[in-house]
Write a protein that binds this ligand. Structure first.
Ligand code: GLC
Length: 558
């Protein structure tokens, strides 16, 4: 059961992201569902995580895998029923796990009744004012209202046909045309989301991951961008300090007025017992600006994407770790750490790529210079052992505990990410990190569907048999065993609430620090290094005596 008085559980929590369509399929239709999650909660307890964040499972036409919601207070039939959601929350709480749902407030699905009303209503009507409709430019309004480009490719505007059959206004969508942006200057929108929050809080959810939390407010006047082609989820490449980077001011990211929304939500959450939390998905640059999202009266946590985007190299890692701890600490928030999620190339592949791969671009069969899988996994394991030794809260994405690499050889016709479709295949997009999990080596779909229909919404690579959870469970050297041991030790040594202190090291490609009763040595280079004589607590790869090979992390008794 949940500890009644667990003080600010989120400060050091390890939170496991479930991507429901690819986790476990209880009814055999090839798409994972809520009952599938509930039936595997014991596996998550066994892994040793504290909480589960579940990507959207609400009513949706699934044009962006559920990030296009048409009813925020119901469950899509693909994933189950409201009763299944209740059973999941209850089952998790019984096992001491917290549950975080995914709230998508920047946009709805174009199937949402409000948007359907808006399409039927006239320009200038109250129904249209809940979204961002504008007249086009050009003599006949034939050009989009400004030059913004969708994150998924193509213009950020789509023109509608008015009731009389003529071409009419345009509506704004930062993402796909099936995801119209709400107008957050409209009080109706605020009221809708306060109701949505209450609906799930009343059902005992422990918090919300807030999708595109930096996008809700747009700069008044919707001015053109200087460089429209540079559209991405963030304002640029991750940077640390304002002095060394002048962030491009993007009129739809990180507007000051967005913070009042979260203050309002925080006031509501604080009226509920049990430390309910808000977590920002905000691709904000530089890190010092991200701290604004987690001021004491706003959200509790923000994903540290600057950490995720840091290359596997001691210098940049030291810098980002220092900057993260200092920045979040300055507003009294814990730092978070994350290496993988459903939007980026899995870190068991990404950290060894010899080129940059911006968020959402993905890799595929025609990508050159792909790394050796075994060497890449060794690096990923070292990176995870570093991440889980850091003070703060960490996020794990389903499948990384199995060491899953990015699925690269997906056939073109299987790909479903709107990025792939809207860029005509120029970007592979995110399907490669969303392939259904392998549970049982010997079964159809590796046990992803429990009644063996053999259906899987994305095909699984055949070589994943050896990565199946059951195959790893009996192997002490498996990635699953490593994650379980790291999580157990992290808890025992209370590293999440500890303090980091750097120790001297003669080599520039090696990190050495102390956190409480552990000393952590991370060799990001290729050359082995001798480590101090001390009790070995855990090693990310097999080591021989006191010599630490490249791409390996050890935790030693301090
Ligand atoms: C967030 C989600 C991503 C989704 C987008 C639009 O970035 O993580 O998967 O496509 O928002 O909702």
């Amino acid at each position: 059961m949940l500890a009644a008085m667990s003080f600010q559980w989120w400060r050091d929590a390890v939170i496991y992201q479930v991507y429901p369509r690819s986790f476990a399929d209880s009814n055999g239709d090839g798409i994972g569902d809520l009952a599938g999650i509930t039936s595997h909660l014991d596996d998550l307890v066994d892994l040793g995580v504290d909480a589960v964040w579940i990507s959207p499972f609400f009513t949706s036409p699934q044009r962006d895998a559920g990030y296009d919601v048409s009813d925020y207070c119901d469950v899509d039939p693909v994933f189950g029923t409201l009763a299944d959601a209740d059973a999941l929350i209850h089952g998790a709480h019984e096992r001491g796990l917290r549950v975080i749902f995914d709230l998508v407030p920047n946009h709805s699905s174009s199937d949402h009744p409000w948007f359907q009303d808006a399409l039927r209503a006239a320009p200038g009507s109250a129904a249209r004012a809940r979204y961002i409709f504008r007249e086009g430019r050009g003599d006949h309004g034939e050009l989009p209202p400004n030059n913004w480009q969708s994150i998924f490719g193509g213009p950020m505007w789509t023109r509608v046909t008015e009731a009389d059959g003529t071409s009419g206004q345009w509506y704004l969508h930062i993402f796909d045309s099936s995801q119209p942006d709400f107008d957050w200057t409209n009080p109706d929108v605020h009221a809708l989301f306060l109701d949505v929050l209450r609906f799930w809080l009343d059902r005992n959810v422990d918090g919300f991951r807030v999708d595109v939390a930096h996008g809700l407010m747009k700069q008044p006047g919707l001015p053109d961008l200087d460089e429209p082609d540079s559209a991405s989820l963030g304002a640029g490449t991750a940077t640390l300090e304002p002095e060394i980077s002048t962030p491009t001011e993007v009129p739809y990211w990180g507007q000051e007025s967005v913070h009042e929304i979260y203050r309002d939500w925080r006031r509501l959450l604080d009226t509920y017992p049990g430390e309910r939390v808000l977590v920002a998905e905000a691709w904000v640059d530089p890190l010092s600006r991200l701290a604004d999202w987690v001021r004491p009266d706003e959200m509790h946590q923000a994903f540290n994407f600057a950490y995720l985007e840091t290359p596997w190299a001691a210098g940049p890692l030291t810098q980002i770790i220092d900057a993260s701890l200092a920045t979040f600490h300055s507003v009294g928030a814990p730092s978070t750490w994350v290496l993988s999620n459903h939007d980026v190339v899995r870190h068991a592949t990404r950290l060894a790529l010899p080129f940059e791969n911006p968020q959402g671009h993905g890799i595929g069969p025609a990508t050159d210079n792909l790394p050796d899988e075994k060497a890449a996994l060794q690096r990923a394991r070292a990176a995870t052992a570093l991440m889980l030794a850091l003070p703060g809260s960490a996020y794990i994405y389903q499948g990384e505990e199995l060491g899953l690499p990015e699925a690269i050889d997906l056939p073109d016709e299987a790909r479903q990410d709107p990025t792939w479709i809207r860029t005509n295949g120029e970007r592979y997009g995110r399907d490669g990190c969303r392939v259904p999990l392998p549970w049982t080596a010997e079964r159809a779909t590796f046990g992803f569907n429990e009644n063996g229909t053999g259906k899987s919404w994305l095909p699984q690579p055949t070589q994943w048999a050896r990565l199946a959870r059951d195959a790893q469970r009996s192997d002490d050297t498996s990635t699953l065993a490593l994650y379980r041991q790291l999580l157990a030790l992290r808890k025992e040594l209370q590293l999440g609430t500890g303090e980091l202190q750097w120790l001297d090291c003669p080599r520039e490609d090696v990190l050495v620090f102390r956190n409480g009763r552990a000393v952590i040595v991370v060799n990001t280079g290729r050359e082995p290094i001798e480590i101090p004589e001390s009790e070995l607590l855990i090693s990310s790869s097999p080591i021989d005596g006191a010599v630490l090979p490249g791409d390996t992390t050890v935790w030693l008794r301090a």
